[in-house]
Design a protein around this ligand. Structure first.
Ligand code: ADP
Length: 304
């Protein structure tokens, strides 16, 4: 079943700038999709149109299989824009987090529980009673994310959710997204960062600089296509670059995948340079003829 189906989307800003031109997007229930593209490609515009914040000049949108206006699915589709102030307008972070559920008339105990759980996961426990405008930019982004999540949406549309967020909290946000995905929540994340995509998406819509979709495909396919990414002013992730240049058959997308792919025994034994280049290697071992298989021994045991 589809979560969102959009076809022929066009959006033009009042000054005549075309944000989107003839864009089709389909997101299935439970899917993790990335909208990837360079700055100005139309990612935020597309996210806004899909999430019902912007009305397209042309095209259709369907939610959960029905041609209903986005207002009717407001409680099921949550959008987090890049501007935290759109979510933080109450005297305290806690009240901002309670705002969405309050609109849905949820029992206070449920709301309290959600606020406590999200505050804990997003490192906001000590900030709940602070005025949002007194928070740092990264803290505000986390508070805004928490406010978008307290309604417990079926679909989450996130515009660059970890930009301007430090490493520890980036990890926390990614963990939370993974947990929500495990719970069946559909996520659409926009980003210009090819390093982030493998962590948040199984399928990618690649937008070029003209507000059109340059390619759609599985994350691995898009992120290993150097020429395609370069045509959109993007580069392959660093791990892909490394393994590609090293001539690997199967290229990992993330450090974790690379660690799995790196068999230390295979590395030392497979690498002719590991022994041939070593002044300490016995003459026989410098002939790399047959050293590819088998565990490393004392003469072939390292990079040095
Ligand atoms: P991205 O999110 O990929 O960086 P945007 O969706 O923000 O791209 O922008 C797409 C295009 O629309 C860009 O050319 C941008 O300059 C333009 N644009 C964005 N917001 C506005 C606006 N408020 N008024 C006019 N043009 C805009």
């Amino acid at each position: 079943m589809t979560a969102i189906e959009a076809a022929g989307l066009r959006y033009e800003y009042p000054d005549g700038t075309v944000g989107l031109d003839d864009v089709d997007v389909t997101v299935d229930r439970g899917e993790r999709v990335a909208l990837l593209g360079p700055n100005g490609a139309g990612k935020s515009t597309l996210l806004g149109v899909l999430g019902g914040l912007l009305d397209p000049d042309a095209g259709t949108r369907r939610y959960f299989g029905a041609a209903v206006p986005p207002e009717e699915v407001r409680d099921r589709v949550s959008v987090l824009t890049q501007d935290p102030s759109e979510y933080l307008f109450n005297p305290t972070v806690r009240e901002d987090m309670e705002y969405g559920p309050a609109q849905l008339d949820l029992p206070p105990a449920v709301v309290d529980d959600r606020v406590a759980r999200l505050a804990d996961r997003l490192g906001l426990k000590g900030l709940l009673d602070r005025p949002p405008f007194c928070l740092s930019g990264g803290q505000q982004r986390r508070a805004a994310l928490a406010s978008a999540l307290t309604v417990d949406p079926d679909v989450l549309l996130l515009d660059e959710p970890v930009s301007n967020v430090d490493a520890a909290n980036r990890a926390a946000v990614l963990r939370l997204l993974a947990e929500w995905h495990d719970d069946g929540v559909t996520t659409v994340v926009s980003t210009p960062d090819t390093e982030l995509v493998p962590h948040v998406a199984d399928r990618v819509y690649l937008l070029d600089g003209d507000g059109t979709v340059a390619a759609v495909g599985p994350t691995r396919e898009v992120l290993t296509d150097r020429d395609l990414l370069a045509s959109c002013d993007l580069a392959v992730p660093q791990v892909v670059e490394l393994f590609d240049r090293a001539g690997a058959d199967r290229v990992p997308l993330t450090v974790d995948e690379a660690v799995d792919a790196l068999d230390p025994a295979g590395l030392t034994a497979d690498s002719p340079d590991a022994t041939a280049g070593s002044p300490d290697a016995p003459a026989d071992d410098r002939d790399d003829g047959d050293t590819a298989a088998g565990p490393p021994d004392a003469t072939t045991d390292g990079w040095d």
